[in-house]
Design a binder for this molecule. Sequence first.
Ligand SMILES: *[C@@H]1O[C@H](CO)[C@@H](O)[C@H](O)[C@H]1NC(C)=O
Length: 210
Amino acid sequence: MLEQPPLSHPLPDLVSSVLVFPQASQTAHVRVTAKLKEPLDNFTVCLRSYTDLRRPYSLFSCATKKQSNEILLFKPGPGQYELSVGDKPLLFTVPTSLGQSEHVCVSWESSTGIVGFWFNGKPWPRKGLRKGYTVGVPASIVLGQDQDSFGGGFDEKQSFVGEISSVYMWDKGISNSGVVSAMYDSPEQAPVFGWRNFPYKIVGEVYLKP
Ligand SMILES: *[C@@H]1O[C@H](CO)[C@@H](O)[C@H](O)[C@H]1NC(C)=O
């Protein structure tokens, strides 16, 4: 797998593009190169994915040197999403929808531990975990692989195959209308990073395609 040269435009607008992960791999991934400056008491992550995988896979993995599952958005199997914060997992059950892309947002606030989950723009019942925790920095953020160490420790059996797009992260909570806006790539609030000016680096076999 070749490491691709750095992109000439550092923050491209990817609005009509998707990242294609063509095959299971222990190396292929996309690094989000934005730096989280402060530890996080609140966050929201949104993304769209399109796959026919039925095995477990990782969508969004945020690791620190101390904690490899600082934030992990993982799909254990069809009809399930799992959000981990500080290595504690929380499961959400969703309809299975073969042949359709799925848009999800997850949010977490430290003061209550409440986790929000939206599936295709619809809010799911809120639950919670890790009240009082703080998501640390510096963080390594990876799409399409599960980090078992800072920036690495990938497992091919948990690699993503398919398409990922519309990736956004905020250092705050989000409203239902904010979720829908993000789903249409016109976020209401400025994200820490987002698809309209996405700071990323492709590593290995991943392609940006219309
Ligand atoms: C996190 O969210 C809570 C509740 O919405 C808010 O009170 C708090 O100020 C936020 N923390 C930061 C650092 O923004």
